[in-house]
Design a binder for this molecule. Structure first.
Ligand code: PMP
Ligand code: GLU
Length: 401
């Protein structure tokens, strides 16, 4: 028997963020003193009123299949959310609810990408975009950016990357892993380029929409309504409402795309969990103050960590607009060190020497950086900063001797 998975599976790797986090959990379980700054997951519990809605749904017997693409009440809540937050109007047939935004993206890529199609992905990127695209046989085309350009692609870079085979352009703002958000004006300039290429589809991953303090949220469609017939908006409740485990994400876009996603979903997962949908409905319809409470906490942690890590020689860190990540550049530091040759070795060193789990920038298509998630409490963050300072000083001393 040939014990070999399909070529499709062999073309991809497991999610590196989940892998680092699993390793951190394993080490902690074996008794090691580990601070996990790897996974991007709110440390807050899901707000009470949301949990209550799920419990009520359960007691009312909402334990059956629902419509494949989501319950009518959740779809209505999503429609209202788009009007309230984004001034975008959608009909129910233009909305689909899935098992997390990752699943929405998977369905989208499966729905529109043919083998050999190109998908433009600005780097640094969220780890799953290229591999989901590869699963579909599509070719990721990266646009490289760095901290000197605030990790934002320029209109010229976008134009240069588009070819006759480009099918989809992927946008994510505020960005995982950089924490940077495009301004409305910057999005307008990118939209001007996209208007020149009417066959190119656009996906905007807005999962960090509310985890933003430095600017007013705007996505490409809000900046340029003319792109409506080829833009798909991806969002979900994981980050905004601390609901990662509930697995509810959603997409909004043209009916031919949403319909295709629904067809795929009907042949794979069917509907997302019924009671999680009831919880998501309560999250979107209910009091929104829980969002600002969490966002302000992330901001305070951000301000602390950016200031403190910025004082470590050789580490270049810039303020973020939102999210709960920071993406310091360690290139200068690596250059001055013979033992630690790259971001992967640096991350390994932090894990083994300081008990700090971070994700190497290479996982996001940006070698020479590390991603630090500060979705953890302030005590741990303060401890982590101290550990990082000590670990770096120790290496520097070793390099000098
Ligand atoms: N997009 C981005 C940019 C993310 O960081 C995440 C985090 N997991 C997701 C999508 C997927 O979120 P979820 O599947 O939990 O809704
Ligand atoms: N988006 C989170 C992260 O980047 C969760 C892990 C994942 O789904 O990859 O850490």
């Amino acid at each position: 028997m040939i014990k070999e998975p399909s070529a499709r599976v062999q073309a991809i790797k497991p999610s590196p963020t989940l892998a680092v986090s699993a390793r951190a959990t394993e080490l902690a379980a074996s008794g090691k003193d580990i601070i996990d700054l790897s996974v991007g997951e709110p440390d807050f519990d899901t707000p009470e009123h949301i949990k209550k809605a799920a419990i009520e749904a359960l007691s009312q017997g909402m334990t059956k299949y629902t419509a494949v693409d989501g319950t009518p009440s959740l779809k209505q809540a999503i429609i209202r959310k788009f009007i309230r937050d984004n001034q975008l109007e959608y009909a129910p047939a233009e909305i689909i609810v899935s098992c997390g935004a990752k699943h929405s993206l998977f369905n989208l890529f499966a729905a529109v990408l043919n083998p050999g199609d190109e998908i433009i992905i600005p780097a640094p990127y969220w780890v799953s975009y290229p591999d989901i695209a590869r699963l579909m046989g599509a070719i990721p085309v990266f646009i490289n950016t760095d901290h000197t350009q605030q990790f934002k692609m320029t209109p010229a870079q976008l134009r240069n990357a588009i070819t006759s085979r480009t099918r989809l352009v992927m946008l994510n703002s505020p960005s995982n892993p950089t924490g940077v958000a495009y301004s409305r004006t910057e999005l307008e300039a990118l939209a001007d380029i996209l208007l020149e290429f009417p066959d190119v589809l656009i996906a905007t991953d807005d999962i960090y929409e509310h985890t933003l303090w430095q600017a007013q949220f705007c996505n490409i469609l809000m900046s340029c309504p003319a792109l409506r017939d080829r833009t798909i908006v991806i969002n979900g409740v994981s980050k905004s409402y601390a609901m990662t485990g509930w697995r509810i994400g959603y997409a909004a876009g043209p009916t031919w795309i949403v319909g295709a996603m629904k067809k795929i979903q009907s042949q794979s997962t069917s509907n997302p969990t019924s009671i999680a949908q009831a919880a998501a409905t309560a999250a979107l319809n209910g009091d929104q103050t829980c969002i600002s409470v969490m966002t302000m906490a992330y901001r305070a942690r951000h301000d602390y960590i950016v200031t403190e890590l910025g004082n470590i020689p050789g580490i270049v860190i810039q303020p973020c607009d939102g999210t709960f990540y920071t993406f310091p550049c360690i290139k200068e530091w690596i250059r001055g060190n013979k033992q630690i040759v790259d971001d992967v070795a640096f991350s390994e060193y932090l894990l083994n020497e300081a008990g700090l789990a971070v994700v190497p920038g290479s996982a996001f298509g940006a070698p020479g950086y590390i991603r630090i998630s500060y979705a953890t409490n302030m005590d741990k963050i303060q401890d982590a900063v101290k550990r990082m300072q000590t670990a770096v000083e120790k290496l520097q001393a070793a390099a000098v001797n």
